[in-house]
Design a binder for this molecule. Structure first.
Ligand SMILES: *[C@@H]1O[C@H](CO)[C@@H](O)[C@H](O)[C@H]1NC(C)=O
Ligand SMILES: *[C@@H]1O[C@H](CO)[C@@H](O)[C@H](O)[C@H]1NC(C)=O
Length: 427
């Protein structure tokens, strides 16, 4: 089995910058009123006995739980707690952003407790979530999870299952598809980032960055075929560090921006250039970076968020502007000692940052209580996005035979499943 080293976005900060300048736009009250503090201490157990059982079996150590990545849909945040260490009971959880207690929001496993049982991975046909390191909700509201299949990545890595991508229907809370990435994974692979495009034609393309192979792994989900697009030598040469990270950011559902954290340049390519196995030849150099950048995320349209490695100030860049310092706008930052690991849009028309003191965590300074984390608004986005209590319609697909893997909902045209919206007809 190929090994995929992880520890990924846990980029160690080399210097801590104290304090943060006043945020651009957002008032302190708006930030304080809306911030949430997710933590491994506030878990929605099914009963007290379950908690005791998990502690006794060594499956629950709250100070080993660090939130790292997030997606927001309606009033809910879906948060990753990767298995960096032992004692992480689940690696994808959800919390209500509208709940009564923002200081201690209850984190529930998503889609359910059973899907996170790491020990049973093989007996369950590798369908369980072993260690989710990235998450992306696509345009059709399907949640996709990048699962590296290896646990305790910061301590003594254990290979439990294959690297894979799982799709979860948010409305039904069902795992609806599993894409095995083992054929696209080599011993050098380091999978970090996941982006998913649903085209105008309703085709679904999954993009996974592989810094180790200096490639973008592409999975054409609608046609069920995967391949690698190798970065050209000029781009690959921008990666000089063995443990570098390749960031991928899908903008406007048509363009992927990509850059190595330690690299000097930012590049972009139309996603249509990523449709077959090859060495990428059509791409554009966007500009020279002001330093080593941690790309945090985007509003999915034109705004990208990033910070300088080792510093906590968050910057916004509108991709319609030239990529240079005079175009970079400072937005709010997490408190001193905390660094953002992801910025996403959603709930109350804000861009939200998920921040934590992860450098301390990674260095083994977990104290008695473990890491601090904060999910906080950093920027007001314009177009109204209503807080929906219920996800929009998300028809599920039933496999024609029990042995068949279901497709993500809504069914792609090539899906050999029965769409529940089609009166039982084939879709
Ligand atoms: C806790 O989990 C149960 C299901 O096990 C769910 O019905 C309930 O809404 C959850 N509570 C919170 C606060 O998320
Ligand atoms: C965004 O995508 C649409 C097609 O979906 C295209 O017409 C438009 O030019 C794109 N905008 C930018 C800023 O790339």
């Amino acid at each position: 089995m190929p090994t995929t080293a992880v520890a990924s976005f846990l980029v160690l900060a080399t210097s801590l910058v104290a304090g943060s300048p006043a945020g651009a736009g957002l008032r302190r009250e708006a930030i304080c009123k809306n911030s949430l503090y997710p933590s491994g201490h506030h878990i929605n157990w099914t009963c007290p006995e379950q908690k005791t059982l998990y502690i006794d079996k060594g499956l629950y150590t709250p100070k080993n739980i660090l939130v790292s990545r997030v997606q927001i849909f309606g009033c809910r945040a879906y948060i990753l707690t990767p298995r960096f260490l032992c004692g992480v009971p689940f690696t994808l959880g959800t919390l209500n952003m509208n709940g009564p207690c923002k200081a201690e929001p209850l984190l529930s496993p998503f889609p359910n407790w059973e899907s996170h049982e790491a020990s049973n991975a093989n007996s369950k046909g590798n369908k369980n979530i072993i260690n989710a390191v990235d998450v992306f909700i696509d345009r059709k509201k399907i949640m996709w999870i990048l699962d590296v299949g290896i646990t305790e990545t910061l301590d003594k890595p254990k290979v439990i299952g294959h690297p894979k991508v799982l799709a979860i229907c948010i409305q039904t809370s069902k795992i609806v598809a599993v894409v095995d990435l083992s054929k696209l994974c080599t011993p050098n692979s380091r999978f970090h980032e996941l982006q998913v495009e649903v085209t105008e034609e309703d085709d679904t393309y999954i993009y996974v960055s592989d810094a180790g192979c200096k490639a973008i792994v592409v999975y054409d989900y609608s046609r069920d075929k995967g391949f690698k697009v190798q970065l050209p030598p000029e781009v690959a040469d921008d990666c000089t560090s063995a443990k570098d990270i390749l960031y991928l950011t899908l903008m406007n559902n048509t363009v992927i921006y990509f850059s190595f954290m330690n690299g000097k340049k930012m590049y972009k390519t139309e996603t249509t250039n990523l449709r077959c196995p090859k060495t990428l030849s059509e791409y554009e150099e966007v500009g020279t970076k002001p330093g080593k950048l941690v790309i945090l995320g985007s509003d999915r349209k034109t705004k990208m968020f990033f910070r300088t490695k080792g510093e906590n100030q968050i910057f916004l860049w509108d991709t319609c502007q030239p990529f240079k310092s005079s175009s970079f706008v400072t937005v709010d930052s997490p408190p001193a000692g905390m660094f953002s690991t992801h910025v996403v849009n959603g709930f109350m028309q804000f861009a939200w940052a998920l921040s934590s003191d992860f450098p301390d965590f990674a260095n083994g300074n977990r104290g008695a209580v473990g890491p601090r984390a904060k999910l906080h608004p950093i920027y007001q986005l314009e177009p109204a996005e209503q807080c929906e209590e219920k996800p929009t319609t998300c028809p599920s697909c039933r496999p024609k035979s029990p042995n068949q893997t279901p497709c993500p909902c809504p069914c792609p045209s090539s899906c050999p499943c029965i769409s529940e919206h089609d009166n039982g007809g084939l879709s």
